[in-house]
Design a binder for this molecule. Sequence first.
Ligand code: IPD
Ligand code: CA
Ligand code: CA
Length: 259
Amino acid sequence: MSNHDWHSIANRAQSLVKEAARLIRDSLKEKRIVEYKSNPNDLVTEMDRRIEAFFTEEITREFSTHLILGEEGTGKDLKDLNGIVWIIDPIDGTTNFVHQQRHFAISVGIYENGVGMVGIIYDVMADELYTAIKGEGAFLNGRKLPKLKKADVKEALIAVNSGWIIKDERLIPLIRDCRGTRAYGAAAIEMASVAANRTDAYISLNLSPWDFAAGAIIIKEVGARVTTLEGADLNLLKPSTICVAKEGLYEQLQNHYFN
Ligand code: IPD
Ligand code: CA
Ligand code: CA
């Protein structure tokens, strides 16, 4: 472990997340300005950008040596994860934010030389704050989350977006074999839901580092697994597939469905 005071960094990060959430909640009273990026399904609002700018300003002022990688463009030229890097999704679940005004999260993962040290996911409207510091367990609103027990595909509730089933037929037998599927529409919340024992696995064919940076840290602290679909370590600088699952179920997914 490095000689940084990770407790005080985590506390500060939590306060920033709570402050950002207040800004988002206040903005719900106003009309949202929605644009789309690459296509009509890829939404962005002025709040996504405002919240990322808020984090960037605060982090740069307080932690001048720390680096930032954010969905809305901060650190887009980052070539490696040397030093301390905050990986931020200012609003994960923008489509939910626009359509439903709930089921969206703020996601912050803090890495040191590529090692996940602090993970924070805040489901803003549910007021559920997931936190983890490496080696110290994961917490939901300050209460320690129990280590997850092994799971079996036949009894598993698996979070997966139905769109992926059309794209990858390896998912069809899995969906047939498991107990049921869910789709929350916010990757960070889907990862946090496995950590909180509400689902048993989460699968996606395309996530970006800011979608999974915090979740990966939290998931490891409850004894579950997180890799690409084929079992490789996640790369925090590139988009990838993702397979999050409890022990037992993870091995079944890897051996019987994806490899
Ligand atoms: C998206 C959500 C969604 C996932 C997409 C992400 P955004 O993030 O997490 O659930 O399926 O791949 O891009 O754009 O709302 O931050
Ligand atoms: Ca996201
Ligand atoms: Ca986002």
